[in-house]
Design a protein around this ligand. Structure first.
Ligand code: ATP
Ligand code: MG
Length: 137
């Protein structure tokens, strides 16, 4: 069964949105197979967002994602990778549809509440980066 990596970013944790976000994916029928709070190190942030290292916002992105605890998760289900992306909404909350997580709660592109892997390859890479085998059920 397909798996994906999802995290509630520091702004979402700070605003008390972990329960709502977990609940949305549970109600959709996906299975939570791992979850933990972590404070991301500079090194892990640079690895996780490595594809963006040449972008002008990279420094800001790393500073933000390391600024406080995140809630990291692995979700399992049919087509879960693309379904989570759809449920998150567009990267910029200003463009995200109502009913999506970013559409309902986000305000700025830098602080957009949630991350979800964008492909099978990213999902495999990110799950490995954040979780040990024995942390997943
Ligand atoms: P994520 O990878 O966090 O799930 P995403 O896949 O929707 O988001 P990406 O293109 O991978 O979007 O960008 C990674 C993150 O970088 C975005 O979530 C956003 O917080 C930040 N970002 C993207 N574009 C900008 C920008 N123009 N200015 C500031 N931050 C940006
Ligand atoms: Mg991305």
């Amino acid at each position: 069964m397909e798996r994906t990596f999802v995290m509630v970013k520091p702004d979402g944790v700070q605003r008390g949105l972990v329960g709502d976000i977990v609940s949305r994916f549970e109600r959709k029928g996906f299975k939570l197979v791992g979850g933990k709070f972590i404070t991301i190190s500079q090194e892990l942030a640079e690895k996780h967002y490595g594809e963006h290292k040449d972008k002008p916002f990279f420094g800001e992105l790393v500073d933000f994602i390391t600024s406080g605890p995140v809630f990291a998760m692995v979700w399992e289900g049919e087509n879960v990778i693309s379904a989570v992306r759809t449920m998150m909404g567009a990267t910029n909350p200003a463009d995200a549809a109502p009913g999506t997580i970013r559409g309902d709660y986000g305000q700025t592109v830098a602080m957009n509440i949630v991350h979800g892997s964008d492909s099978k390859e990213s999902a495999a890479r990110e799950i490995k980066l954040f979780f040990a085998e024995d942390e997943l059920i």
